[in-house]
Write a protein that binds this ligand. Structure first.
Ligand code: IMP
Ligand code: MG
Length: 202
């Protein structure tokens, strides 16, 4: 009896691995450690007025950030809560952002909280810019954003890269990637590595 098919065996359309499982896992641990240190510093600053360790809210942008956020959170031994938000920007078979639109209820009660927005990839920047704006409207104590990937493309966003996402896993070239939460037409999110698709699959 053969076991489960290997990751790329399950997806013949996968062309090439850009970032494999071990590199992803190591980088996730580094990002989590930096986030924890920075959030603990924020909480320490708060301690003047009724320090509440439960003031951290993680806002993963669905569905792309699902896998990354679940790995990241499990490396963050802090008291925190989750507020999901769904943003739609690549409907169907599109390879280019059609502009970000909020597609869910917004996380509420972010006033006074330390918010960490988590996404799979920074591309045009419109998604993060939009979520930062709607989170900021609730007057949180601090906002930071963490992305697994940052693509080398000109941004549409009006704020500079270092204020769009303060924490970046990997810089990648301008290629369409799937896996580790990223999809093409809804598929390949469960591929465990970050990979490119064969041109004839697009
Ligand atoms: P932005 O608003 O253009 O920065 O796009 C961000 C969103 O587009 C991400 O959350 C992804 O869901 C999606 N996206 C951007 N580039 C890629 C890609 O190469 N593969 C899959 N999805 C992508
Ligand atoms: Mg997405």
């Amino acid at each position: 009896m053969s076991g489960a098919p290997g990751a790329s065996g399950a997806f013949p359309e996968i062309e090439r691995t850009l970032i494999g499982r071990e590199r992803i896992a190591a980088r996730v641990r580094e990002l989590a450690a930096r986030l924890c240190a920075d959030l603990q510093a924020e909480l320490a600053k708060d301690s003047g007025h009724a320090a509440d360790p439960g003031r951290i809210v993680i806002v993963p942008i669905m569905s792309g950030a699902m896998i990354f956020a679940s790995d990241l959170l499990r490396e963050m031994p802090l008291k925190l809560s989750l507020g999901l938000v769904a943003v739609s920007s690549y409907p169907g078979k599109s390879l280019a952002s059609k502009g970000a639109v909020i597609a869910s209820e917004l996380p509420a009660n972010l006033a006074g909280k330390h918010v960490v927005i988590v996404d799979d990839i920074l591309d045009s920047g419109q998604t993060i810019e939009l979520v930062r704006r709607i989170v900021g409207d609730q007057k949180p104590a601090s906002v930071r954003a963490c992305v697994m990937l940052r693509k080398a493309v000109p941004r549409v966003a009006t704020i500079p890269d270092d204020r769009l996402a303060e924490y970046v896993g990997f810089d990648i070239p301008d290629e369409f990637v799937v896996g580790y939460g990223l999809d093409y037409n809804g598929y390949y999110r469960n591929h465990p590595e970050i990979a490119t698709l064969r041109r004839d699959a697009l």
